[in-house]
Design a protein around this ligand. Structure first.
Ligand code: HEC
Length: 139
């Protein structure tokens, strides 16, 4: 490779890493909101089936299992430095980390129970865990 090509290449790499860093937080926020939207969609669908508003019993087990998977280690989607004007996460997510992680673990275990046994009672427990975290940690 011709040596004279190095300075522009280095400059290009510098630019790329600066852009990649900026894009990263955006991507994390977008990704975790997608996960949360999926949580909301699946919970809404389960609720409709459990309350017999629709007759689509065959899908309930799959939705419940997906919720079990979705809520594993959810706190890792809120890494330090991922606060953003586009995010509805309160600063408390990072300043009261132990409590946030406790809420996340609580939702994870409730989602796991619901995933294995998609009963109305297990659904209510999971729903309470979602709301408990939102009350303290979401704008
Ligand atoms: C450990 C805390 C926690 C738990 C548990 C949790 N959430 Fe969230 N949720 C948040 C936070 C924080 C946000 C804001 C995320 C952001 O904007 O960066 C959020 C955002 C959302 C949103 C809005 C997403 C968007 O596009 O703005 C929905 C819908 C949602 N959550 C549904 C749920 C449901 C349903 C559950 C339970 C199955 C749940 N969440 C469990 C903390 C939690």
């Amino acid at each position: 490779m011709n040596r004279t090509h190095w300075p522009p290449i280095m400059a290009a790499l510098g630019m790329v890493s600066a852009v990649a860093y900026a894009v990263d937080t955006d991507e994390i926020v977008k990704y975790r909101r997608n996960l949360m939207d999926a949580n909301g969609g699946l919970m809404g669908a389960c609720n409709a089936v459990l309350q017999n508003k629709v007759s689509d019993q065959t899908r309930l087990a799959g939705f419940a299992q997906a919720l079990g998977t979705l809520n594993r280690n959810i706190a890792t989607q809120f890494p330090p430095g991922s606060a953003s004007p586009d995010s509805d996460a309160l600063p408390d997510v990072w300043t009261r980390r132990a409590e946030f992680e406790r809420r996340a673990k609580d939702a994870e275990s409730k989602a796991s129970v619901f995933g294995k046994t998609p009963s109305a009672a297990a659904f209510a427990d999971l729903s309470a865990a979602c709301k408990g975290c939102h009350k303290d940690f979401r704008k």
